[in-house]
Design a protein around this ligand. Sequence first.
Ligand code: PLP
Length: 388
Amino acid sequence: MPRQLLFLPGPVTVAEPVLAALSRPLIDHRGAEFAAMIERITAGLRPIYGTSGEIVLLGSSGTGAMETALVNLFSPGDRLLSCAVGAFGKRFAAIATSYGCVVESLETPLGAALDPRALQTRLEADERRNITGVLLTQNETSTGVANDIAALSPILRAHGAVTLVDSVSGLGASEFLMDRWGFDAVAAASQKALAAPPGTAMLALSERARTRLAGARIGRFYFDLARAIESAHLGQMPWTPPISILYALDLALARYNERGMNAAFERHARYAAAVRAGLQSLGFTLFSQPGAHSNTVVAAYPPSGVAPAALLKILREDYGVVLSGGQAELAGKIVRFGTMGEIGEADLIAAMGAIELALTKLDVDVAAGRATGATIESLSGRVTSGVA
Ligand code: PLP
């Protein structure tokens, strides 16, 4: 297969040494070496989550961590407020509904971030504290929208509901202060900003979340957190773990922390701004509203007359540049450009050049160097005129 440059919203391009770690010989998952690795991974995740609480690793994708949080913290009939701002928020709500929770939705127009005032109004109206839990998405991958969860935190604390956060496409790309913000369960996964292969999810828990485990009456077995915590304290996972993926995650985290969190936050923000500048210079229209842009996924409508599928096909087949299309009601309408993983500035410029070429093949009149120029200007900190 020809080389591909992945700009998906996950899985992402993984560094060669991290890929090479996958081929290391397997070890005893009940032995001391494995325990040391689990300890290293957990210690490496702790500052990224901003928590001194429990972190468990799960042999699943991110959805498994979301399901784990729900089934271990709630009971059938519990009333939950879903603050979905796109497809992944709706998935969170759908998991809760499938286990018998009563889910109310706080509606937000697609492309917008959750309005803190709307959340405040709804929670203040819940004087009898009927709402047991609130479901949030830090970064909504389907729309390229980031919620300002720091601003939501005092509102949630004032109400007191248990707060579950999907940070699958957020953790590692922007600041997360779980303990300070007071969230109870935060789900993430290996294949996004942490730049490891897919196959491991992680869930951080507050002390309050731990105390709820015994009382939650939704059935569970594989995703039983009491077992996962008990095993974690032995440096193990309850079931046969994805050892090879953990090797890769271990190394990816070491590389991440060596470069530093702040460098990662800055890089994702700078790359996303550059992608927005490049796409807008070609007549793409951002899907996310100003002030709500994600650092990890740029979602945009192509210029008028350009079908996303045709553009994505040329990019992939002719140039090995792999972007993603829209999901659910946005399928066939938008393209999504991910900024996570082992990519550099030159890769972004190459991708923009490929988009210029692909548009030309689709008979769009593109001045050569327009998007690459806008991207370079943005990356180098020069202001690009006319770009929000
Ligand atoms: N939540 C968000 C915000 C995501 O972006 C994704 C995956 O793209 C998921 C949840 C689901 O994660 P997974 O595909 O790892 O199950």
